[in-house]
Write a protein that binds this ligand. Structure first.
Ligand SMILES: [Fe+2]
Ligand SMILES: [Fe+2]
Length: 369
């Protein structure tokens, strides 16, 4: 690593103007150009903050604040960094010298100054300081790279999640916008009942996979127009368990919630749902939230077996289901948030040519509302 000393910034703090003048001369003749100085130690801290020196030449015996007090102040601003202090001290003053080194000074220059010694000590200090800066910058570059890679991985993961959700929806919903809308509705409802931002974000990403188990349902059953007979229903009712099985065993919070949602989104508040006939709060909250949002979106959109219902009609059906299909508290919260829910649904219409992935990415950065 090559180090350019002469671009280093040097701050001189000494109450005697003559000392400052001498040191400035030395620096000047060595080719340094960036230096500042003060005879008033009370100004040292502000100058330090504003100038950001690579090295401080600091006198110890000064009025107002002595060198030790200045070092205390600098320690606070340079907490995580290398404090580059070179103290200027009288040769006889052995105690102060030792005290200064203990207080954080890196080295000292004896008064009266020996010019060769001064320049040598300054360049030694700067070498260490500038190498230290380079290492720190290198670390920052590496850290940025790791952040960037993590972000890429996260995007890939989100995309995989969506594609999985779409794989199922393709089979009974052609545009794939349903999973995006219902996930936004679910995250918004979660927010309304007081879930944290993190939980809402996980809900947003996990809920598109609620019907992934439909991948395991044969077409001749999935695509039957009209009512299913008892035998066909029996097969159809397997989709939550198939979905949970597909999503099981992951360590990721999103996948874990997706598994919970896949398994429980067809349960009903009164215990009449499937696959486990869970009742009330036995049904995981995420499943209860998705149940209502999934149905609301299905009602308000056109499906191959039905026309879209109006918002009023859809809300009427949801409200009729309160206490039977859905948790009353959630129906109430959904009603309270209806203007936002309508906005979400309107913002994301079914559209053959929509780039679903693009919409989804935007959706994921939408922070759960
Ligand atoms: Fe389902
Ligand atoms: Fe759905």
């Amino acid at each position: 690593m090559k180090v350019d000393f002469l671009k280093a910034k040097i701050l001189i703090v000494d109450d005697e103007q003559a000392n400052i003048a001498l040191l400035e001369d030395v620096l000047d003749s060595e080719g340094y150009t960036l230096f500042k100085s003060t005879v008033d130690s009370r100004k040292a801290l502000d100058l330090y903050k504003e100038f950001g020196p690579d090295l401080v030449l600091l006198d110890l015996n000064m009025p107002h604040l002595d060198g030790f007090q200045v070092m205390e102040q600098l320690k606070e601003v340079e907490e995580n960094s290398y404090a580059p202090i070179l103290v200027l001290t009288a040769q006889s003053d052995r105690n102060s010298r030792l005290r200064a080194l203990a207080a954080g000074a890196r080295d000292y220059i004896e008064k009266p100054f020996d010019i060769t010694e001064v320049t040598q000590r300054i360049s030694n200090m700067l070498e260490i300081r500038l190498l230290h800066n380079q290492v720190r910058n290198q670390n920052q570059i590496l850290e940025d790279k790791v952040k960037e890679r993590t972000h890429e991985l996260e995007e890939t993961r989100q995309e995989a999640v969506l594609r999985l959700g779409r794989a199922a929806e393709y089979r009974d919903n052609e545009t794939g916008m349903h999973v995006i809308r219902m996930s936004r509705l679910s995250a918004n409802l979660a927010k309304k009942i007081g879930l944290t931002d993190d939980e809402c974000q996980i809900m947003l990403q996990a809920s598109p996979m609620h019907d992934v188990g439909k991948i395991g349902i044969p077409d001749e059953i999935l695509l039957i127009p009209g009512k299913l007979n008892e035998k066909e229903w029996e097969i159809m009712r397997k989709h939550p368990e198939i979905g949970a099985e597909i999503l099981s065993g992951s360590q990721s919070a999103v996948m874990k919630m997706a598994e919970t949602i896949a398994l429980s989104h067809q349960e009903r508040w009164d215990g009449s749902g499937y696959p486990n006939n869970l009742k009330g709060e036995e049904i995981p909250l995420a499943g209860r939230i998705v149940a209502i949002c999934d149905v609301f979106d299905a009602l308000t959109s056109k499906r191959y077996y039905k026309e879209a219902f109006s918002i009023e009609k859809s809300m009427e059906i949801i409200e009729q289901g309160s206490g039977k299909d859905f948790e009353p508290r959630l129906v109430e919260a959904f009603k309270q948030a209806l203007p936002e829910m309508i906005r979400i649904v309107k913002e994301l219409p079914d559209n053959e040519s929509a780039n679903v992935l693009k919409v989804y990415r935007k959706n994921c950065s939408h922070n759960a509302a």
